[in-house]
Design a protein around this ligand. Structure first.
Ligand SMILES: Nc1nc2c(c(=O)[nH]1)N[C@H]1C(S)=C(S)[C@@H](COP(=O)(O)O)O[C@H]1N2
Ligand SMILES: [Mo]
Length: 353
């Protein structure tokens, strides 16, 4: 008889548009298979036609261009190991609570993205003097809640980030064409920034002298530190230093004896210097073992053996330290829309006889 295979599933937060969480607690390989990749959408999926396989580069350039997939495949390619993390990852942990998708720890996934540096296309189009930003526009569109008319999902990058060597127009994920839900045929990948920047189903690139004012630039993905006013608002950009305890799980009941605590840690550069774990709610900390191989912008795995544990209630914490020596904060920086939660991670477990 065949043993039925047991596999995790995505955790559904919404279906139209589709928003689902990756089963990160049960993903062991370095890269996330597409079926386990989290999904975050603002609209229903776009319908593709062969016409939409052309990518337009226009705006403040000498030489506006259209690129076919073949054109892109003929250009020198790079592969970038990059994680995508939704800026709302862990939003459900904010106190006071905030509105929005109540993501837990699974709005994050990673793999190898292959494509052409955006810089290469901008050089071919010859950016004119005075350009400030590069606007990238997806094929999906719809009504944004609370507003009239229909808009595209569009985002801009400052010229400096747009021309960074790792910012690419990707056509492959883990050596295959990008799966449709992940942005086929072309997706912008902006390593180091929260994933709203990595525009799926890319159709147009526009070089601009002005600051882009689309709603996903100036209303959403803006940090509003004040509950009642827009005072002190600033845009969401780089991924913050963070870590997650993946096992044991929150409120698990464990037998007494020895256990392995394991998890992941990540930062905007991918570099993690150290990770500290506490099993007594932060009274004492020990350095956990970090996977010595840190790959590109991928998360780094860590683990700690928890030996001879006696019955009782325990609070396990994890705290990552990056290359500059900065550590995760004890409490996350609260903001109205709940972006960038990165407090020291916390799991409560009960150990029985
Ligand atoms: N065209 C388009 N690109 C998009 C989005 C979208 O709704 N439309 N959502 C963004 C956000 S907020 C996130 S977190 C990631 C999610 O990527 P995934 O669905 O491949 O996980 O895509 C980004 N790119
Ligand atoms: Mo997101």
């Amino acid at each position: 008889m065949r043993t039925p295979s047991v596999r995790p599933f995505l955790t559904t937060r919404g279906l139209v548009p589709e928003n689902q969480e990756s089963p990160v607690h049960y993903i062991i390989p370095e890269t996330t298979e597409p079926r386990f990749h989290f999904r975050r959408n603002h609209f229903a999926y776009p319908s593709l036609s062969p016409l939409s396989y052309w990518l337009q580069v226009e705006g403040h350039v000498e030489n506006p261009l259209w690129f076919s997939l073949q054109d892109l495949l003929a250009l020198p390619a790079v592969t970038v190991p990059a994680l995508l993390e939704c800026a709302g990852n862990k939003r459900g942990l904010f106190e006071p609570v905030v509105y929005g998708e109540q993501w837990e720890k699974g709005a994050i996934s990673q793999g190898y993205w292959t494509g052409v540096p955006l810089k290469t296309l901008l050089e071919k189009a010859v950016v004119k003097e005075g350009a400030a930003e590069v606007v990238t526009i997806g094929m999906d569109r719809g009504k944004r809640p609370g507003t009239e008319g229909s808009v595209s999902f569009a985002r801009s990058l400052p010229l400096e980030k747009a021309t960074h060597e790792d910012t690419i127009i990707a056509y492959a994920y883990n050596d295959r064409s990008i799966p449709f839900k992940m942005g086929y045929p072309l997706r912008l990948i902006v390593p180091g920034w929260y994933a709203m920047a990595s525009v799926k189903w890319l159709r147009q690139i526009r070089v601009s002298e002005e600051s882009f004012t689309g709603p996903y630039q100036t209303e959403d993905y803006v940090c509003y530190p004040d509950k009642d006013s827009d005072e002190g608002a600033f845009p969401v950009t780089e991924i913050k230093l963070d870590s997650s305890i993946l096992q044991p799980m929150q409120r698990a009941i464990l037998p007494s004896g020895s256990h392995t605590i394991h998890g992941i840690a990540w930062s905007s550069t991918g570099v993690i210097a150290r990770i500290y774990v506490s099993t007594d709610g932060g009274t004492s900390w020990s350095e956990a073992e970090l996977d010595p191989e840190q790959v590109g912008y991928h998360w780094t795995r860590w683990s700690m053996e928890w030996l001879d544990v006696q019955p009782g209630n325990y609070t396990i914490l994890s705290k990552a330290v990056d290359a500059s020596g900065a550590a995760q904060p004890e409490t996350a920086f609260w903001n109205r829309n709940g972006y960038g939660y990165n407090a020291v991670d916390r799991v409560e477990v009960k150990v029985e006889e």
